[in-house]
Every structure is written in structure tokens, then in C-alpha cells.
Design a protein around this ligand. Structure first.
Ligand code: PBE
Length: 268
């Protein structure tokens, strides 16, 4: 049938991202739960995934990617999520701001901002799309801040300035997190912090917060995506607040793949 030929034309391969991401864990589970025994997922990175997507899309060739929103790929390409009736990728996910133990006492001004920090998919997408269009991340983040002074003021009003206190933010190399961490870096610098951004793989991201070598991350996708990490470091992370709701992850295909609409369609 048609779906078998989609599998064949793709060599039964789903294009994945970095090995330690929640997405790769969920995809392994999806292959298992939907009994897609012939299929495999190749790891890479967000950048290699979008490069493969662009190559396929330009030729209208089939491709299945691990996708998440917010992400600029949904602005650049016409894509659709595959239905996931077993909710392996979660339903609606949230992004949490997570800090090391003791952050509240050590850096109370930053902590107070993190408790209030909340924005939405359109906000983050604006920064992501600008970066993808070639704007430097710090410039794209500053432009968003300049255009959203009211929103930023809700996080920072009444918070005292600090005098060069150091704070270390850590995130994994996803474009969504590139946007959020560049934005928060500028907000913190504006009240006087000396901010370090470091980019590491997802496992080291959570372990850095848990062992106190980093102060905070705004990259914890829950309740499903990063559940394994949060469980692993239970009692060693401060789940400060939700900074975005209604985010999503799943498998996606270009809309020109008309016969593939559900993960179940990939079954032989
Ligand atoms: N993501 C985006 C991440 C979380 C943020 C869905 C690629 C993941 O761990 O899979």
C-alpha cells in the first residue's frame, strides 16, 4: 500500500536530533509502542535535521522529522504534525524555568525575575525567525525586548539592581533555547548581572544545575519531554516556574505528504 511505499522511500528512517534530547527518547518509545519495528531514527542535531528537511523540501521528497514548536521551521516550511493517538510525545507541554538549590538565597533578584518570567509562543518565535533570517541572536533578542517593554517590565518592576553579580545560564543546543537564553541574558544584564551563557548537551545541562555548577536554565520541557532527567535529579533541582505553555513536540512531515497523517500510518 501507499504507506509501505512511504516507509520504503524513506528507508524506514526518521530524521532525529541530538541523542540526549527528550525527543529522541520519545521517538524510541513511539517506534516501540506503535510497533514500527522496521523503522529507525537517526540522531544528529537541530541543525542537521533542518538541513535534511530543507534538502527534501526543495525537491518535494518525503521526509519525517522530529519537530517541536515554537520553532522557525513552521514559518519557513509547510509542515504538519502526525497524529499521536497514544500521546507518546505528550499532549500539551510546558517549558519550565529550573534553578540550582540555593539560587533563591544567593541571587534573590534574578530568582524573583525567574518566578515572574512568562511569555508565549509568538514571542519566542519572533526571535527565532529573526535569527534564522540572519540577525545575530543578541540583536534579535534586543529587538524583541525593545518592542515588548511592557512584558519585560512585568518581570523586572521593583527588582533592585545588582552590581556585577555573576550568574551562569545553561541550555542545550536547540534554536528555541538559543532565543530564550539570549533574551534573558539581556534582561539580567540590564539590572547589573554579569551573565555567562553555556551550551551543553541535555544530560550535562540538567547535571550542571543539579551539582550547582550552573545557576539556571529555561529549557526544561515538561511533563513528558524531560521527565527522565527531572526524575533522575529529583530533590536537586528547583522547579521555579512555568515560562511558556502550550508548546509541543512530535513527528512532522511536509504537508505535500498527503497520505501520511498519523504515526499509525507508518505501520506496515
Ligand atoms: N526539544 C526542544 C527538546 C526540548 C526543547 C523538543 C528539541 C528535546 O529535549 O527534545
Amino acid at each position: 500500500g501507499t504507506n509501505t511505499s512511504v516507509g520504503k522511500s524513506l528507508d524506514h528512517t526518521i530524521v532525529g536530533i541530538d541523542p540526549g534530547s527528550g525527543h529522541m527518547e520519545a521517538t524510541a518509545k513511539a517506534l516501540d509502542e506503535y510497533e514500527l519495528t522496521d523503522w529507525n531514527v537517526i540522531s544528529g542535531s537541530g541543525a542537521s535535521m533542518t538541513a535534511a528537511l530543507k534538502r527534501a523540501y526543495d525537491k518535494e521528497e518525503p521526509i519525517i522529522i522530529t519537530a517541536w514548536s515554537p520553532h522557525w521551521k513552521f514559518s519557513t516550511f509547510d509542515l504538519k504534525y502526525l497524529d499521536d493517538p497514544k500521546l507518546i510525545y505528550g499532549d500539551s507541554e510546558e517549558i519550565h524555568s529550573v534553578g540550582r538549590l540555593g539560587l533563591k538565597e544567593d541571587l534573590p533578584e534574578a530568582y524573583a525575575i525567574f518566578q515572574r518570567f512568562k511569555w508565549n509562543i509568538d514571542d519566542m518565535s519572533e526571535i527565532m525567525v529573526a535569527i534564522e533570517d540572519g540577525t545575530e541572536p543578541d540583536v534579535a533578542a534586543q529587538n524583541w525586548i525593545d518592542n515588548n517593554q511592557d512584558k519585560v517590565a512585568e518581570w523586572t518592576d521593583g527588582i533592585s539592581n545588582v552590581d556585577g553579580d555573576q550568574i551562569k545560564l545553561v541550555y542545550a543546543p536547540w534554536d528555541s533555547e538559543l532565543a530564550s537564553h539570549n533574551m534573558m541574558k539581556l534582561v539580567l544584564e540590564d539590572i547589573g548581572y554579569d551573565v555567562t551563557l553555556s551550551v551543553v548537551e541535555p544530560g550535562p545541562m540538567f547535571s550542571a544545575i543539579a551539582d550547582g555548577s550552573a545557576d539556571a536554565t529555561f529549557a526544561a520541557w515538561l511533563p513528558i519531554t524531560h521527565k527522565t532527567y527531572v526524575d533522575k535529579f529529583e530533590g536537586k533541582l528547583d522547579d521555579i516556574a512555568v515560562n511558556m505553555v502550550d508548546v509541543k513536540q512530535g513527528l512532522a512531515v511536509p504537508t505535500y505528504m498527503k497520505d501520511v497523517n498519523s504515526i499509525e500510518d507508518l505501520k506496515n
